[in-house]
Every structure is written in C-alpha cells, then in structure tokens.
Design a protein around this ligand. Structure first.
Ligand SMILES: Cc1cc2nc3c(=O)[nH]c(=O)nc-3n(C[C@H](O)[C@H](O)[C@H](O)COP(=O)(O)O)c2cc1C
Length: 323
C-alpha cells in the first residue's frame, strides 16, 4: 500500500507508533520500524539529551530501519532542555520528528535545515492548518477518542478526519481509536494517508512496560476511560481507577477553584510506577477508548502484518463486492 505518508517517511506500511511517555523506548520503536511501520522514541522519557542519544544508539543497534523521535512541548515552570534535545536529534541524524503540545515553530528552522521531516500532532483543524502554514511536512490528527490529550473541542474522528481532508494540502494520519485493518481502511476512506496508534502498541510483546499494564488493556472495555483535568483546560483521557475517581471527586467538589496542586498526588510521577513497577493504581495514566478493540498481546510484526492483510481484504473483498 503506497500513500503520501509511506512516500514522505520512506516506510513500507502507513502505520506510525505515536510517542508515549515511558512506553516509547528503543525496544518498541525498533520493533515497529523493523515491521515496516514508523517507530518513535519519546524524548522526554529520557530526561536529558545525553540519555536520548544513548537511547537512539540502542534503537539503532536493534533495527536498520528509519525511526523517529517525539518532542512534546509542555507548559512547564522549568521546561526540559528542548534546545539540547533538538541538537541531539540533529547530531544523531534522526530523519523524522513527531512534535506535540505547544506550537513547534521555534524549532522548525533548525530541524528543517537538517533535512528532518516534521509531523505535528493536532486535535483540531485550525491547529492542523497552523502546522501546515508554519512548514510542518505532515500532521497527525488526534480525534476525541484518543488516549492522552484530546484537546478541548471534543470532535471525534468521524467528523475531524474528513474536515481535515477538506482543508489540508499536506499529508495527514488519523490518530485516536485506531486498532486494526478496519481502522486503517476507515481512516483512508475519510481522507487520511495512514494511521497513528498509541494504546494499541502498548499491548504488544515488545512494548517495554510491566505485564500488568498489557493485561489491564486487554481486560478493559471501551467504557473504561475517563476525561480528567477538564477544568484546567488540560484534558487527558486515562484508564479509570481509584486514583482517577479521587481526582474526579476533587474536580466536582472544587469546581472552578480547582488548581493543579490539588491533584498533584494523582498525576505527578505516575508513569514510572505504572509502566515500570506495574502499580496500575499509582495515579492517572493515558489510555484511549480503543481499549475496547484490544483483545490480545501480539508482536509488533504480527500486529502490523495482520492490520495490512485485513485492510487489503476489506478493500478487495468486502468493499469490492459492493460494486
Ligand atoms: C500511555 C500513553 C502515553 C502517551 N504519551 C504521549 C507523549 O508523551 N507525547 C505525545 O505526543 N503523545 C502521547 N500519547 C498520545 C499518543 O502518541 C497517541 O497520539 C494516542 O495514544 C492516540 O490515541 P490511541 O491511544 O487511541 O491510539 C500517549 C498515549 C498514551 C496511551
């Protein structure tokens, strides 16, 4: 299958593994890229540019295929060393960067001058158009279903993707709720050039996270996510658990008076405890509604191969027969 995304990134299949905090490490990125998709290492999980360089070297030792790095620009009192991360990415010859969060404009000249392709993750058409205007090569359009931060507009992919297709001229991938060949065909039909998967890739053999996390994803249904931090306009879709219920109680009680400090205990420092120690109730952690479609823990190779086979079968047989 050839799309504008496979051409732009020089990959075999139009499937990207989105950056994920404490999940997007060398093992997962290498497995996805070796299987013909685009694996992505999450820079901020590595804490320092030096550690990112080491992780990139580790990934290179595991695959000879291209992989990318995710740079998430968060509002922070003490921001991470973004300049250092960008320099490490350039020095290491990373061909593709996935940006997310705040506007990446400040970093584009340096990345573009180094010949790096930039795909920016957006949750609205207006942000996607902005990304196109400032020179991003592609965008990843994240619908309301997505795990992580869906933004504040609440537009699901059934509407968001065709709206993006109406407005954009650069290639884009559908992100949020993508799990299999059915998702891929639907995304292509709605105008996307491929898919980006987050939650689905956590429940794979190579994802370097505790088995409890994978089992929880397989066990959960599409009814088991919650939206937190809405009053702070920093909405995040997470897997429901006791900590999330505590947090939502505080949101209800404090209303407009809610401050980040009030929920610090439920959201700070959670990822290593969940992803490394398998303490699922340590706090709130991102998870998409797509968990309802995740029933097993395949290798990345199996997942990508069967996604492509199922997509081809749907296009040739189920859809072809309708004509
Ligand atoms: C556990 C987890 C951690 C994530 N961390 C990040 C991150 O650090 N940066 C980022 O840009 N996106 C992050 N995301 C979002 C994913 O890259 C992707 O856009 C999203 O998961 C797509 O929705 P899906 O889960 O329905 O596939 C995270 C998602 C999950 C599930």
């Amino acid at each position: 299958m050839h799309t504008r995304i496979t051409e732009l990134f020089g990959i075999t299949h139009p499937i990207i593994q989105g950056g994920m905090h404490f999940v997007g490490r060398a093992e997962l990125a290498a497995a996805v890229s070796s299987a013909g998709g685009l694996g992505i290492i999450t820079a901020l999980t590595q804490k320092t540019p030096e550690r990112l360089r080491a992780e990139v070297a580790r990934c290179r030792s595991m695959t000879d295929q291209p992989f990318g790095v995710n740079l998430t620009f968060l509002p922070a009192v003490t921001p991470p060393d973004y300049a250092g991360f960008v320099q490490a990415i350039i020095d290491d010859g990373i061909p593709i960067v996935e940006t997310a969060g705040n506007n990446p404009q400040q970093w584009l000249p340096a990345l573009k001058a180094a010949g790096i392709k930039v795909i920016h993750k957006c949750t609205s058409v207006r942000h996607a158009l902005k990304a196109q205007r400032i020179g991003c090569d592609a965008v990843s359009v994240d619908g309301f279903e997505c795990g992580g931060h869906p933004g504040e507009d609440d537009v699901p992919n059934m509407i968001l993707l065709p709206r993006a297709a109406e407005e954009l001229t650069i290639p884009f991938v559908a992100s949020g709720g993508m799990a299999d060949g059915r998702s891929l065909v639907a995304a292509l039909a709605l105008g996307a050039d491929g898919i980006n998967m987050g939650t689905r890739f956590i429940a794979t053999k190579e994802a370097p996270v505790h088995d409890n996390v994978k089992q929880a994803i397989v066990a959960a249904t599409e009814l088991d996510t919650r939206l937190i931090m809405r009053p702070l306009r920093n909405t995040e879709r997470v897997l429901n658990n006791d900590a999330v219920q505590r947090l939502l109680d505080k949101e209800r009680t404090l209303g407009a008076d809610l401050r980040f400090d009030d929920i610090f205990g439920e959201v700070a420092g959670v990822y290593p405890r969940v992803m490394e120690d398998g303490d699922l109730d340590a706090g709130a952690w991102s998870c998409g509604m797509v968990i309802g479609l995740i029933h097993d823990i395949p290798t990345c190779q199996d997942l990508i191969e069967r996604t492509m086979a199922e997509a081809e079968q749907i296009i040739r047989e189920r859809l072809g027969r309708l004509l």
